[in-house]
Design a protein around this ligand. Sequence first.
Ligand SMILES: *[C@@H]1O[C@H](CO)[C@@H](O)[C@H](O)[C@H]1NC(C)=O
Ligand SMILES: *[C@@H]1O[C@H](CO)[C@@H](O)[C@H](O)[C@H]1NC(C)=O
Ligand SMILES: *[C@@H]1O[C@H](CO)[C@@H](O)[C@H](O)[C@H]1NC(C)=O
Ligand SMILES: *[C@@H]1O[C@H](CO)[C@@H](O)[C@H](O)[C@H]1NC(C)=O
Ligand SMILES: *[C@@H]1O[C@H](CO)[C@@H](O)[C@H](O)[C@H]1NC(C)=O
Ligand SMILES: *[C@@H]1O[C@H](CO)[C@@H](O)[C@H](O)[C@H]1NC(C)=O
Length: 927
Amino acid sequence: MASVNTLSLYFILNLFFLLLPVNPLLAFSLKNCTILYKENVSADVSVDCTNMNFVTVPDYIPKNTVSIQLGHNQLLNINIKDFCGMSKLKNLNLTVNKIAYVEQGSFIDLVLLETLDMGNNKLTSLTANMFKGLSNLTFLVLSKNKIQHIHESAFQCLTSLQTLDIASIPLTKVAEILPVFHLPHLLALNLKYIGFTTFDTKDLPLNLSLSLEVLEIFSSNLKILSIIGPISPYLQTIDFLLTDSVKQVLLDKSLLKNITNLDVAATSDSFEGIHEVLGSLERLGDITFEYVDTWFPNGLLPAVCKVQTLRKLTISRSHFDNFTTDLALCSQLRELNLEDTFMHKLSKGSLQSMKQLRFLNLGYNMLTEVPDDIRSLSTLEILIMGENDISGLKCDDFSKTTRLKELYLNANRITKLERCITENLVNLKVLDMSNNLLKTFGDSFKVSLQKLEALDISRNPIKYLDTDVFQHMKALKELKVETYHFVDVPYFSGLENIENVTIYVHTDSTFQSLQSNNDKPFSDVKTMKQLTLIGSSNTQWMPFRTIREMLRAYGDLGTVTVLNIYINYYEVETFELNLQLKSLTLSLTDLSSIGSKFFLPLPNLQNLDLSNSKLRSLDFLVQANLSALRYLNLTDNEINVISETVFQSLPSLRFLDLDNNPFSCECSNAGFIHWVVTNPQTQVVNAHQYKCFFPVDKQEGLLLEFDVQSCRDDGRFLYFISSSFLVALTLLSSFIYRFLRWHLTYTFHLFRAFLYDSRKGRKKDPHRFDAFVSYNVHDEDWVYREMLPVLEGQQGWRLCLHHRDFQPGKPIIENITDAIYGSRKTICVISRSYLQSEWCSREIQMASFRLFDEKKDVLILLFLENIPARHLSPYYRMRKLVKKRTYLSWPQAAQHPGVFWQNVQRALQTGGALTENTDLLTGPAGI
Ligand SMILES: *[C@@H]1O[C@H](CO)[C@@H](O)[C@H](O)[C@H]1NC(C)=O
Ligand SMILES: *[C@@H]1O[C@H](CO)[C@@H](O)[C@H](O)[C@H]1NC(C)=O
Ligand SMILES: *[C@@H]1O[C@H](CO)[C@@H](O)[C@H](O)[C@H]1NC(C)=O
Ligand SMILES: *[C@@H]1O[C@H](CO)[C@@H](O)[C@H](O)[C@H]1NC(C)=O
Ligand SMILES: *[C@@H]1O[C@H](CO)[C@@H](O)[C@H](O)[C@H]1NC(C)=O
Ligand SMILES: *[C@@H]1O[C@H](CO)[C@@H](O)[C@H](O)[C@H]1NC(C)=O
């Protein structure tokens, strides 16, 4: 009998699951891969499977994928089926794997593939026609493989290839890479750190017709570098390294004539080779030197500066201090980059000759003042002097650089920025003064800085900017400031074009204690599009009202980011007013008791990031009406249980990230789990890696591996039989069922209680709790915020809450039974969600059974919302079976919460039955 029923029950359950819309092809949550979020709706799919320990290419990557990142896995080989049918793929990245073998024809369908990265693998040979099908490939990386052989037709199909990277492969002779030189459209060839000891064009076939423009042959293995004869008429860039081991550098003079870019690094003293080379470079425009300390005394700069076509000179990681005057010979330069050259001083006269210099980078040095020569650079447009030791600016430092557009003086020790300093900077668009020691700013910029578009004065001890400081910066779009720069709230009056403001928030400013009687604290700025508030530690706090007032004042805001600030949002219930908001980040804060109306009117919100914010539940989203929300980031929170009904209120949701939350692997999450694996629209990022945190015995297990079906059959034999019996009866006749349903349920509960009582020996144990509170997770917020403080706090009752007081590990039905029998009363917090919840209905039935069984008044019904009779019918019948009851209604008591709680107290005190005339605040609740 039992097995027959078991079968029929499983049949029913399976039928139930089959009928649900389960379509794995539509399901969006890929195992161990993420479909990257795109701002705009588009058919293009990009999949990220990086760093997931894949041994084989997963078979569930959608065929219409445009880009696949499979780097940093354990792939051993590539097979035909791996990428078959992916005719839209443009970018495939297989870097850092263990691929040793690629099956013939693996890439045959990838007709649109443009980029293939197979660097850092274990390929030992490139076989015949290995890349067949990749006729549109332009970029191929094969560096850091163990390639010892390249078949002559390995590259045959790569008719569009432009860039080939075979750096760091162990081949030792030019002859071994000959197939490379048959690639018809190759423009750039990277041979860095290849095993060659000799690169000699003599070894190449004679009648080559190459279109090569860039050759990188930067290797410490190289002993002979000889490029004689026409390797390619288009060669422009050579990148090479000279070390002590290099014995011979022979570069064809006519070839060198055509070179425009040269990158040289040297670890040798032998300057002769390069000297000769430099002498033949007739078209060189751009040259870079690294580690060339020893070459300066040998006349490096005089030799370089002879190249009249030179436009751009970069020297870095070399001690340049004593040789700056050599620069005087390089009057032809347009760009000079001397970053990180250990420079204390740029000698007078070094730059004076450069009458066409537009770009100068002196960053990351040890300069203590602005070099005198800057004054003569009247053509300069960009000047970088960040990360130096400059302590003061002189009035005439920038007196002649009137064309300057960008000036970076960040991370110095500047204490003053006087009017005379900026007076002549009439064309300045970007000024970065962050991280200095400025105490004041903006004496007056009435004349200058009228074209300024971006200003950063953050991380300066400026106390109090004048209210009219920005009055003349009509063009300013982007501003970074600290709260203590302002007398009270940030004032932006005069900034007619401001779009993007970042404010670093500090507790010691008056900013967060806005007077509540000041009803327009922020002046209106209608152009603002993006506002970022950053606290320096999470002890920083701010009333939510302040943020809301800013939203109100900055009418056009589309993006708001609040990081690392504790927001005091109790005073304000909802966001209100900013209907334009598209993107909101509240991260590194505490949103643990956020109200259900908090996000209410944000109809256009598309991106919401609440990561790292101590959230415990998502119930606040149910009422939020975020109908446009597409992206939701909830990583690093404290969410245990999610009700799948939340997602009904987020109809546009595409991307949901819940990584790093302490999920509970219990039946309370069954609906959520089912939703994750079956919903056809929302991708739950990394869902397959979410771990169980509760119960203890399931820790480290995976959430999605939790057996959802066990929730429909919790293993209790008796319950099982009676359920099966019910199901069988249902099947037999709906007519009989209709009449017998409640009798059956009742019989079942009678039987269960009989079992319970006989097992516990009907011990008259003193009740551990005054009341067991039965409620739905949706109403947890109300229970914790409204009910607990009054009943436990003020009235002193001991309540049993299932989240708090249930014993982990024990079957839930046993927990419920114990709770109901271990408490004097049972309070049912009734809402629509409560009525829909399976477990709760068992709770109410069990409690009503006890009421009937013990002839004691144990049940207190609290209605949280008005519920029409038809929604109540099953429970109503149940109640009718038991006894006619009165109940308490919260919506109707809203005006008199005091009276409401008094009535609850009275109900908790009574020992016997409540009568109709007990003076409870009751309501019809539609019954
Ligand atoms: C997915 O990732 C988990 C954890 O990283 C791993 O245990 C599992 O084997 C992976 N699944 C596949 C199909 O690679
Ligand atoms: C492949 O991915 C790695 C990171 O995993 C990245 O560094 C590399 O640039 C990518 N290759 C290409 C060609 O984009
Ligand atoms: C290569 O791509 C271009 C567009 O980028 C397309 O027009 C062409 O048909 C493609 N070639 C092949 C062989 O598919
Ligand atoms: C230099 O370039 C010219 C055309 O720009 C070409 O005719 C000539 O062959 C090139 N010289 C070498 C050595 O590649
Ligand atoms: C620069 O010159 C000074 C004095 O002539 C000398 O002490 C110092 O070592 C030189 N620095 C370098 C990097 O050559
Ligand atoms: C606004 O400023 C932030 C912080 O500097 C920056 O990340 C963002 O890209 C800027 N946005 C625009 C539109 O300029």
